[in-house]
Design a protein around this ligand. Structure first.
Ligand code: ADP
Length: 486
């Protein structure tokens, strides 16, 4: 089987979030279990041309955009350890400072940029002679590929039996655009209906992926169920419910080459479940780094985009209460200004208790995972979430809201005595958060119990191989839908 993973970002070439981790790691994991897999993404300015040399001349492509034709090329870039990716190049669209937009907002031509990317992938397959069995698309930026497959390009030989899988990594970002952008995509107005891409008078690209792909998935089983309900569906719950027979949930794997306290090169001392002694050195270094010299109790870490999704409003509401408990908070994140300001103000009010770093800092993220005793992730919704899984591996007990991937990866130790790996609360409110933190503090005071929770978490295995095998199962289902043997 030969699979093409199409994504708007992929590690190590370009990253803004968890999607890049998945799009980078999945093809690698597929290749390890004997599936041929390529990855294709836009050729952004930020792709390092020295670190990732291009191999040979690229394939020229001509892509209709409305009544115009845009030219570009698809290049192949090599990365370390045999990894490679195809890059769709067009300087007008992708030679920019950022991937999707500046702090002031999204690039205004994002619909055109990603329509070019999607149609460019189709043209490249058509012209290059490369053949795939399945194309695996991700989030709104690549959602037009399954649409093109079944409409504009349906008659072309390479696409007649090509299966498609579409994965939702975050339903909060759907690719909504004004309807006057539709002709530019080359699609006809017959698709601008509630059964097609229309969504309250606008074009919804993600909806196109959900309607047209053979098989759908999202990044945890719980999230795949939640998004069929109004509370989590962001208006797409009806479409998702209708396609529930084709909708699956596969939790993301973790790249243990990067996230493993036994080998992590960024932390003060390495450690493992068999010998936890190094974790103390990591804790000391972390407290020093954040200037927290006084205080008692567990160090609680938080890392993440400062948005409503990640529960920073709950943190703000519970801030005074948290500062009065025997614990210290270390927070690393950047995002929406209102959350940044509120959290910074909290740190200024309680300088001995709460320390904030407003930044995106990979190395510091490793130091927090290693040096903290517990990790707080009170997300409003969480498709999968990575940091709670890193935390398990680092013996840093996760305290989470019981939603999406958090519900699927963390077991509450009060609900499951002797089996838990963390603490979870249900209702999205400050009282729930306080209750879970209080229960974690009780457990922290009981050393044998706490150590049991730490060890059980460290022993859990979330490596990519299991998830990659489940994706192969989805690719087989997609092929069967196209009348082929899986
Ligand atoms: P999402 O993709 O919704 O942002 P995930 O938990 O799936 O959330 O993945 C976020 C990834 O980005 C994790 O690898 C996390 O460590 C990293 N990350 C987020 N914010 C920061 C930050 N300020 N500094 C360093 N790493 C960050």
């Amino acid at each position: 089987m030969k699979v093409l993973v199409a994504s708007s970002e992929a590690v190590p070439f370009a990253k803004t979030g968890g999607l890049a981790d998945v799009a980078g790691a999945l093809p690698k994991a597929l290749r390890r279990i004997g599936v041929e897999a390529d990855c294709i993404l836009p050729f952004y300015r930020s792709v390092d041309r020295v670190r990732f040399p291009l191999s040979g001349p690229g394939q020229a492509i001509r892509v209709p955009i409305g009544h115009q034709e845009e030219t570009g090329s698809v290049e192949e870039a090599k990365a370390e350890a045999g990894a490679h990716a195809f890059l769709v190049a067009n300087d007008r669209y992708f030679d920019r400072e950022f991937l999707y937009g500046t702090r002031d907002g999204d690039y205004v031509d994002n619909c055109e940029r990603f329509a070019f990317f999607c149609r460019g992938v189709m043209e490249w397959i058509l012209r290059s002679g490369r053949r795939y069995d399945v194309v695996h698309c991700n989030d709104w930026q690549t959602a037009l590929i399954p649409v093109y497959l079944k409409t504009l390009y349906a008659g072309h030989e390479p696409f007649q039996s090509l299966g498609s899988v579409y994965t939702v990594h975050n339903l909060g970002y759907q690719g909504l655009f004004w309807n006057h952008e539709l002709p530019m995509t080359g699609l006809g107005w017959d698709l601008f209906t509630p059964q097609g891409l229309e969504f309250y008078g606008k074009i919804n690209l993600m909806k196109g992926g959900l309607v047209f792909a053979d098989i759908l998935s999202t990044v945890s089983a719980t999230y795949s169920r939640e998004i069929q309900r109004e509370e989590y569906g962001y208006g797409l719950e009806g479409v998702l419910y209708e396609r529930r027979e084709d909708l699956y949930g596969i939790v993301n794997g973790i790249d243990y080459d990067e996230w493993n306290p036994a080998t992590d090169r960024w932390i003060a001392a390495n450690y493992s479940a068999a010998d936890l002694s190094g974790k103390n050195a990591c804790r000391r270094e972390l407290l020093g780094e954040f200037g927290l010299t006084k205080g008692e109790g567990p160090v609680v870490g938080i890392i993440g985009r400062m948005t409503g999704q990640k529960g920073f409003d709950l943190l703000e509401q519970a801030g005074d209460w948290l500062a009065g408990r025997p614990l210290r908070l270390v927070i690393l994140g950047a995002g929406e200004r209102k959350y940044e300001d509120a959290i910074v103000a909290l740190g200024e009010k309680y300088p001995d208790r709460i320390a904030i770093r407003v930044a995106y800092d990979d190395v510091l993220a490793h130091k927090i995972e290693a040096g903290a005793d517990a990790y707080l992730m009170p997300s409003r919704y969480e498709p999968c979430g990575l940091n709670q899984i890193y935390s398990l591996k680092y013996g840093t007990v996760p305290i989470v809201r019981n939603t999406g991937g958090l519900a699927d990866t963390v077991v509450d130790d009060d609900g499951n005595p002797g089996e838990g790996t963390g603490f979870a609360f249900h209702e999205y409110d400050a009282e729930g958060l306080k209750d879970a933190v209080s229960r974690a503090l009780d457990a922290f005071a009981d050393r044998p119990r706490w150590e049991g929770i730490v060890r059980r978490g460290m022993e859990k295995d979330f490596s990519w191989e299991a998830s990659a095998r489940q994706y192969v199962g989805l690719y087989e289902k997609a092929l069967r839908k196209r009348g082929r043997k899986g």
